[in-house]
Structures are given as structure tokens and as C-alpha cells.
Design a protein around this ligand. Structure first.
Ligand code: ADP
Ligand code: MG
Length: 595
């Protein structure tokens, strides 16, 4: 009698499953991508463990993924020799502990923008098996569990786990059997299966094998003839013709079966950049970020570091910024995968400072030791050197993009500009370089957000000494401000700082290329023609002295002084903060932060 234990799926998982099992998504084939990706993760894990404990592989030396279709039982079987799962892990990983992304993904699926192909990005890729199967069994053997166990579910509400009655057939690893739905029988077809596996296995660093069978025609060998050769030439010819007929090769067809290796193994980053097409780079990006559709990266850089440390890397700028990037600056974001000599080590490393953590990619280092803990590795000197190279490489990638494709660069800056500003605030070392990469709106191009500080300086008037800017909540707020008038009237360009981080930026970075930032909403302004202005101002001050005195008296509770201004052209008056006070915009920002 088989002892099974029954478990209920966590509520959200159960909801997700019923959505998946009942809907008719067109792109059901992605279940194969998810299973291959899980198998590859599991193989990465055991290979990593074996670096410090070589005996971990003893239970199964080969590291492979194998896939077999059985048309008779209508099943598809995917087997890996990865870490496997203990009984407890089967229960938790496949059904009871919901991932943080589950409810977010559910909402998306239930809503209009539901895209089932994104399932892997939300950490619930396994459940995509129910796109094609109505019954799934997962047999798994871990080194940490003396027994192999089977997980089984026919979807909907619950699943069962039992000790595998067949014994420890796997040695180590996981075997997933999909009982395909009636309408998913096409996944049994060997040729279409081969096509799909080829598509999803290109960037997998373990051999993927497909059980293949085909009919082979074999020619039976003929016994050598020992006929006597006739002396007569005619006769010889005749007999040869006869022979040709008689000895038409006898053939036989027989079924040949075996494992066919589907993928080639050289990782893309080890290949020569000039042999790799843009499409391959994009495909690789999609594979390792588990994204799909038109989630193509904005740009990338494939780099081979030589000299003090040897490593290779591919860095990508994703198409969009994470909307939560600034929500919690203390939270670590890890988008880089670290390999050492082709072996996946971890994706939980600080290879980039926070302000560059939006970059996704891979690094494969040759000079790092394989058999040490992640903690020891994190402190390793070579890794610090690699990090430095990567930061430099990332900045080069940005300036390259700025040079080559202005429009694309502006798209990039719209997404990641705030992160670069944050970098300019944080990093003394890279501030100058980052400053050259910044873009702003200005009176020259109010809506474009495409003005670089170098552009601004190139357009400066001969007598202009400062970089004029004004901060506000929006371009239109700034454009309506009376402070702007005088400068615009005199033909000066003013930078519009509408990003909340901008004012902090100019505080840490008071100037650029020898020119200082000057806030046009603050205190004294000079335009290089002060003398003339001064005379005019004295005349006017005298003329309007009575009005100034009256205003000062009337508003004495609210203002420090009332003076004649050189700044306004159309508006009669403006209330300004003094040089040491906060501007209205800063006051609002601080109020918003509860300061
Ligand atoms: P993710 O892969 O993003 O973690 P999945 O839903 O694909 O999410 O898988 C859930 C978990 O189940 C994995 O994190 C892993 O712990 C476990 N798992 C799935 N497939 C395998 C496998 N072939 N070998 C070992 N563990 C697996
Ligand atoms: Mg997965």
C-alpha cells in the first residue's frame, strides 16, 4: 500500500493554475522553456556545490537534461541530473510557498495586459506545465534525502506526495512527466519537439538530449562472387550486366533509436564578438532575463578583459527602468550573473554600485578560485578589479550610444537618467564622466530633455559666466515663472530642472567644466554687463523709493527687504528666496519628505 500525503495548493497558486489550465493561450510551448530553465538552474546548483564538495556528484556523474516523448502513453518526460528536491522541498517549492511575484502575475493575467509568456519572470514558471498537461508527476532525488519522492497533481486544488514506489531510480535529479491534454498532442511530435528544444536550449550550458527514433535503411552486404571470367569480351560484358541485375543491393529498414544531442555548448560570451549577430545578442538577453516578446535591450557591450585580470562580460541596458528603483535605495538589486571558468556561481553579487545596478548581464572570470565560498569570493581582489572595469565599461557603453544614436540615447536617458544623476551625486570618481552624460530640458528645447551640459556651454553667450537653471515641478511651471523672463529676454538659455533629484545634484556638483550653476530663482544675478545695469538701477531705486518703503512697511511680517530688481521684464514684482534660503521647490520637496 502506497503511503501518500495530500496537500492543498496555496490559494494564489491554485487560482493561477485554474487560469492556466482553463485558458486557451496561443503560446503554450513556453512550458518547455520553463522546464529547461529549471533543469539548468538545478544543474548549476549541484555543480556549484560540487566545487567545495566533489563527492556531491558521486550520486550521478553526468550533468545533463534529457527529453523523451512517448506517443503511446501520451507523455513527455523531462529528466535532469541537477540537485533534485527532498520531500520537504517538493512540498514547498511546488505548491505551498507562494513566490512574491505570484499575486502581481495573477493580476496581470486576469487583467487586459495578461501575457502568459512572462510567467518565468514572476518566479512561477513551473506551473506553465498546466498549459499542456492535465496531470503532472515530478519524481525527485536529492543528496539530502535518502529516498526519492514523487509529487503528483491533476491541477486545481491539491497535490499528493509519496515515497517513490520504484525506488531511487534517479540517483540524483528530477524527472517530470507531463500527461498531455488531448489538444496538446503535437508536443509528442519528434520534429516539432526538436525545433522547440533547439530554440530554447541555445544558451543552456549543459547538454540537452532528445530521445530520437528514425527509420534507417541498411544495405545488406553481398557475398563476393567467384564466377569464372569468360575469355570472350562480349560474354564478359553480358555477364556483367546480368550481375548488375542480380546483385542489386538488398536493403532492410530498421528502427534506430538513441539520444541526440541538441545544443552546442560554447557560451555566447566566450565567442568572438564579430561572429555574433545582433539577433543572437537579443535572444541571449531574452533567455537569461526570462523575458519575451519585444523586450529587446536598448544596447549592449561585449567585452574581453585582459591584463591584470582575465574575464569576459556582456552588459545589457534593459528596455525599461524598474519603477521601484528609487523606492528603496537600500535594497540590493542583482542583475548580473557571475561565472568562474564557465561554471555558474551566483547571481547574488554586488558587481555594480547601486546606481548602475539596472544593468543586466554576465561576467565570466578566469582568475577567481572555484572552490571557495561566495563570501570569500565577494572579497577577492580580482573581483574588485573586475567591478572597476565593468563600471568603466558601462559608462563607455552609454557614451558610445550617445555618440552613435542620439534618439536612442534620449530614450535611454528617459528611463535611466535619474540613476545616472544619482551616480553623479554618489560617486566622486565618476562624477565628471556622468555629468557629461546628463541631459536636461532647457529654454532651448523645453520638451525634449535632450540638452547636455556641453551643448549648453557651446551655445553660451560671449559674456556668460554661469550655467543658469531653474528648478520646478514641471516645464510649464518653470515657463510661467517671472524669474525666467529677464534671462530669456536677454537671450540666455536656462536649464529646466524638473527631476526631483536635480537640486540635490547641483548641490553636490556645483559646476561643470569651470562654469558654476546659478539658480535664477535665487538672490543676485549677474550677466556680465553689471555696470550699465547698476546705473539704471540706482536711478530707478530713487524713483521708486516711496513705493519700496510702503511695501516694506506693509509686508514687514513677511519679507526681509524690498529692493529694485534687474531680473524682471514683464512681471511687476517677484518674491525670491535669499542666497542662503531654500527655494520654493526645495521647500515643497522637504515638506513632501516630512522634513
Ligand atoms: P523559479 O524557477 O523562478 O524559482 P519555478 O516555478 O520555475 O520558479 O520553480 C519553483 C521552484 O521549484 C524552483 O525555485 C526550484 O526550487 C524548484 N524546482 C523546479 N524545477 C526543479 C528541478 N528540475 N530541479 C530542482 N528543483 C526544481
Ligand atoms: Mg523556473
Amino acid at each position: 500500500q502506497l503511503e501518500t500525503e495530500k496537500f492543498t495548493f496555496q490559494t494564489e497558486i491554485s487560482r493561477l493554475m485554474s487560469l492556466i489550465i482553463n485558458s486557451l493561450y496561443k503560446t503554450r510551448e513556453i512550458f518547455l522553456r520553463e522546464l529547461i530553465s529549471n533543469a539548468s538552474d538545478a544543474l548549476d546548483k549541484i555543480r556549484f556545490l560540487s566545487l567545495t564538495d566533489p563527492s556531491a556528484l558521486a550520486t550521478q556523474e553526468d550533468l545533463t537534461i534529457s527529453i523523451a516523448a512517448d506517443p503511446e502513453s501520451k507523455t513527455l518526460v523531462i529528466t535532469d541530473t541537477g540537485v533534485g528536491m527532498t520531500r520537504d522541498q517538493l512540498q514547498k517549492n511546488l505548491g505551498t510557498i507562494a513566490k512574491s511575484g505570484t499575486s502581481e502575475f495573477l493580476e496581470k493575467l486576469e487583467g487586459a495586459q495578461g501575457d502568459v509568456t512572462q510567467i518565468g519572470q514572476f518566479g512561477v514558471g513551473f506551473y506553465s506545465v498546466f498549459l499542456v498537461a492535465d496531470k503532472v508527476t515530478v519524481a525527485s532525488k536529492s543528496n539530502d534525502d535518502p529516498d526519492q519522492h514523487v509529487w503528483m497533481s491533476e491541477a486545481v486544488d491539491d497535490f499528493v506526495i509519496a515515497k517513490d514506489p520504484r525506488g531511487n531510480t534517479l540517483g540524483r535529479g528530477t524527472q517530470i512527466t507531463l500527461h498531455l491534454k488531448e489538444n496538446a498532442q503535437q508536443f509528442l511530435d519528434q520534429e516539432s519537439l526538436r525545433g522547440l528544444i533547439t530554440k530554447y536550449s541555445e544558451f543552456i550550458n549543459f547538454p540537452i538530449l532528445l530521445w530520437s527514433s528514425h527509420n534507417e535503411t541498411i544495405t545488406k552486404e553481398q557475398p563476393a562472387t567467384t564466377e569464372e571470367v569468360d575469355e570472350d569480351a562480349d560474354l564478359v560484358e553480358e555477364s556483367m550486366e546480368e550481375d548488375a541485375e542480380a546483385k542489386a543491393p538488398e536493403t532492410e529498414t530498421r528502427l534506430v533509436q538513441g539520444w541526440d544531442r541538441i545544443n552546442t555548448l560554447k557560451p555566447i560570451w566566450m565567442r568572438n564578438a564579430k561572429d555574433i549577430s545582433d539577433e543572437e545578442y537579443v535572444d541571449f538577453y531574452k533567455t537569461f532575463t526570462k523575458s519575451s516578446g519585444d523586450d529587446a535591450p536598448l544596447t549592449w557591450s561585449h567585452y574581453k578583459g585582459e591584463g591584470d585580470v582575465e574575464f569576459r562580460s556582456i552588459l545589457y541596458v534593459p528596455p525599461k527602468a524598474d519603477p521601484n528603483f528609487f523606492q528603496n535605495l537600500a535594497e540590493k538589486i542583482h542583475n548580473m550573473k557571475l561565472f568562474v571558468k564557465r561554471v555558474f556561481i551566483t547571481d547574488e553579487f554586488d558587481l555594480f554600485p547601486k546606481w548602475l545596478s539596472f544593468i543586466k548581464g554576465v561576467v565570466d572570470a578566469d582568475d577567481l578560485p572555484l572552490n571557495v565560498s561566495r563570501e570569500t569570493l565577494q572579497k577577492h581582489r580580482s573581483l574588485r578589479i573586475i567591478s572597476k572595469h565593468l563600471v568603466k565599461k558601462a559608462l563607455d557603453m552609454f557614451s558610445q550610444l550617445a555618440k552613435q544614436d542620439e534618439e536612442k540615447y534620449n530614450t535611454f536617458f528617459k528611463q535611466f537618467g535619474s540613476a545616472l544623476k544619482y551616480g553623479a551625486i554618489e560617486s566622486n570618481q565618476h562624477r565628471k564622466k556622468l555629468a557629461s552624460l546628463l541631459r536636461f530640458s532647457s529654454s532651448y528645447d523645453p520638451s525634449g530633455a535632450s540638452v547636455s551640459l556641453d551643448n549648453y556651454i557651446a551655445r553660451m553667450k560671449g559674456n556668460q559666466k554661469s550655467l543658469y537653471y531653474m528648478a520646478g515641478m514641471s516645464v510649464s511651471e518653470i515657463e510661467n515663472s517671472p524669474f525666467l523672463e529677464r534671462l530669456l529676454a536677454r537671450g540666455y538659455e536656462v536649464l529646466y530642472m524638473v527631476d526631483p533629484i536635480d537640486e540635490m545634484l547641483v548641490q553636490t556638483m556645483p559646476g561643470y567644466n569651470g562654469k558654476m550653476f546659478v539658480n535664477v530663482a535665487k538672490g543676485a544675478l549677474t550677466f556680465g554687463d553689471e555696470d550699465l545695469m547698476e546705473e539704471q538701477k540706482e536711478d530707478l531705486s530713487a524713483k521708486y523709493q516711496p513705493l519700496s518703503d510702503w511695501l516694506k512697511e506693509t509686508l514687514k511680517e513677511h519679507v526681509e527687504k524690498v529692493v529694485m530688481s534687474k531680473r524682471l521684464t514683464k512681471s511687476p514684482m517677484a518674491i525670491v528666496a535669499n542666497d542662503y534660503g531654500l527655494t520654493g521647490h526645495m521647500e515643497r520637496l522637504m515638506a513632501a519628505q516630512g522634513a
